[in-house]
Design a protein. Structure first.
Length: 174
């Protein structure tokens, strides 16, 4: 991805009305997705990076239905990617990643890029567990980690990292 397009995407995400948690979360997802992509040399890193930045942009407005921010994000991402001259042939792949990252709702991630972004999204909750506890209850956070760890699409590298992090979480916090 060229620097101008990267800057356009990151600035777009950073100016969206959202919580402090959401921006921090997105930055962790981007970093994690790019790290995970190194295990998959055939994966398109431009698609992964763009999707990781845009996956939660649907939180900037009240979703049409509760818990459907992934669909809103897809609606927002498509015209934006066209406007910033993101390669048109890659836009459908980015949109699939964005739309499928919320794995409790269809569609499921079906490409390696989508699995990497969804895995990075899940893994981010483990990496930033203390921050997660600031925004949701301990009970909800632990249930989220359990769901994330057992998600069928999780790539092996992400699942291994999640298991290692979970082992390090103080049992009194579990």
């Amino acid at each position: 991805m060229n620097e101008q397009t990267r800057d356009d995407i990151t600035q777009f995400v950073k100016i969206q009305p959202s919580s402090e948690w959401n921006l921090r979360h997105v930055e962790v997802v981007v970093e994690t997705a790019l790290e995970l992509s190194q295990h998959y040399p055939d994966a398109d890193r431009d698609v992964i990076e763009a999707a990781a930045w845009l996956h939660d942009v649907g939180h900037n407005k009240k979703p049409v239905k509760e818990n459907e921010h992934h669909l809103r994000a897809k609606e927002i991402a498509e015209p934006f990617l066209i406007r910033v001259s993101f390669p048109r042939e890659k836009i459908p792949a980015v949109l699939h990643c964005v739309e499928s990252h919320r794995t409790r709702k269809p569609p499921n991630p079906s490409t390696i890029e989508a699995k990497i972004v969804a895995s990075a999204d899940n893994l981010s909750h483990f990496k930033d567990f203390q921050w997660l506890l600031r925004v949701i209850s301990r009970e909800k956070a632990l249930a989220k980690l359990e769901r994330n760890l057992n998600a069928p699409f999780m790539i092996p590298e992400a699942k291994q990292q999640a298991e290692e992090i979970l082992e390090q979480i103080d049992p009194s916090e579990r």
